[in-house]
Design a protein around this ligand. Structure first.
Ligand code: GDP
Length: 304
């Protein structure tokens, strides 16, 4: 599947390291766990998460009296899935929340260059192919070219884009976007926002103003606040996630460019350490390269 193909870098690196490790050990001992720890950290699973994972794995291996490193492989994938879901019911795929009674609004946030515009284009395409009436609002009025880039995606995908000029008030664009979506009886409005992180107070003010407008004009919205993170930036993505979740209520993560990294383990770290679900993943530059995240398929795919 596409999910598997897009993860080939992570899978190739991870599975070869695990297989190599398992082949070199005859019994599961302390050195084995130490090496396993390194493999997981090198896949960007994150030190805190890895420590937790190793501790639980050691207990499980002891409890089940497992000696054979091959058998530990199975337990590793079980534990990785458990780590992802934490105390929640494991196994659910967390798709995007929709408003069953009218307009659904998604607010996108994230730093410049992470793939925010591309993701919005891909999502618009996907929703449109599901038969939904989709419209976009060009709320990144700060970055030069951001409005034109969103307009291009709008043309490509065949959806309407509400825009103002560069430098104008993002909240005003979003306001107009909502009115336009309502008058077109759109099913989904996707809102872009500026991605400047230099000044956290500005960011917070801008995002809270935009959110207030959405909440006032469309009670119950936004239905998702989606933070886009670039998987290739590793632990940097973690620190962006922290900053944005302090600035606004992030309901889900979109992890872009997973195809471009061997360190896809960042997915697990984000969920475990920040308790924000990864809802979508970007697996390439094409309009169809966006998938709903499935932790089971992800983890078992790593060992395939
Ligand atoms: P923005 O500044 O956050 O809006 O970022 P853009 O949407 O302009 O994306 C920045 C670059 O990343 C572009 O060259 C995109 O084609 C590329 N990109 C976005 N998503 C993905 C992805 O999932 N995989 C790959 N390989 N490239 C991506």
């Amino acid at each position: 599947s596409k999910f598997k193909k897009g993860l080939s870098k992570t899978r190739n690196s991870f599975s070869s390291k695990i297989n190599d490790l398992v082949a070199r050990y005859r019994t599961v001992d302390e050195d084995f766990f130490e090496e396993l720890e390194e493999v997981l950290i090198s896949a960007d699973v994150g030190v805190t998460t890895v420590m937790e994972m190793i501790e639980e794995l050691e207990m499980e291996v002891k409890r089940r009296n497992i000696q054979d490193p091959q058998k530990v492989k199975e337990v590793i994938s079980e534990k990785l899935v458990e780590i992802y879901y934490g105390d929640d019911d494991a196994g659910d795929i967390e798709g995007l929340v929709e408003n069953p009674d009218g307009l659904t609004i998604y607010l996108f946030v994230g730093v410049n260059g992470v793939g925010k515009t591309t993701t919005i284009g891909k999502l618009a395409h996907r929703l449109k192919s599901e038969g939904k009436n989709v419209t976009l609002a060009a709320g990144d009025t700060f970055r030069a070219g951001a409005i034109e880039q969103l307009e291009e995606w709008g043309k490509r995908v065949g959806v309407n884009v509400t825009k103002h000029s560069e430098g104008s008030d993002p909240a005003a664009v979003i306001y107009d976007g909502i009115q336009s979506a309502k008058s077109r009886q759109a099913d989904v409005l996707i809102c872009d926002t500026a991605g400047r992180l230099q000044n956290k107070v500005n960011l917070m003010n801008e995002l809270s103003k935009v959110k207030r407008v959405i909440e006032r004009e469309a009670p119950g919205a936004p239905h998702e606040v989606l933070l886009v993170l670039d998987a290739t930036t590793g632990q940097n993505a973690m620190s962006q996630a922290k900053t944005f979740s302090e600035a606004t209520d992030v309901s889900g993560i979109v992890l872009s460019k997973l195809d471009g990294t061997a360190k896809g383990g960042i997915v697990l770290a984000i969920r475990n350490e920040l308790d924000i679900p990864v809802k979508l993943v970007g697996l390439g530059e094409k309009v169809t390269d966006l998938e709903t995240f499935d932790a089971h398929a992800f983890v078992y795919g790593l060992f395939a």
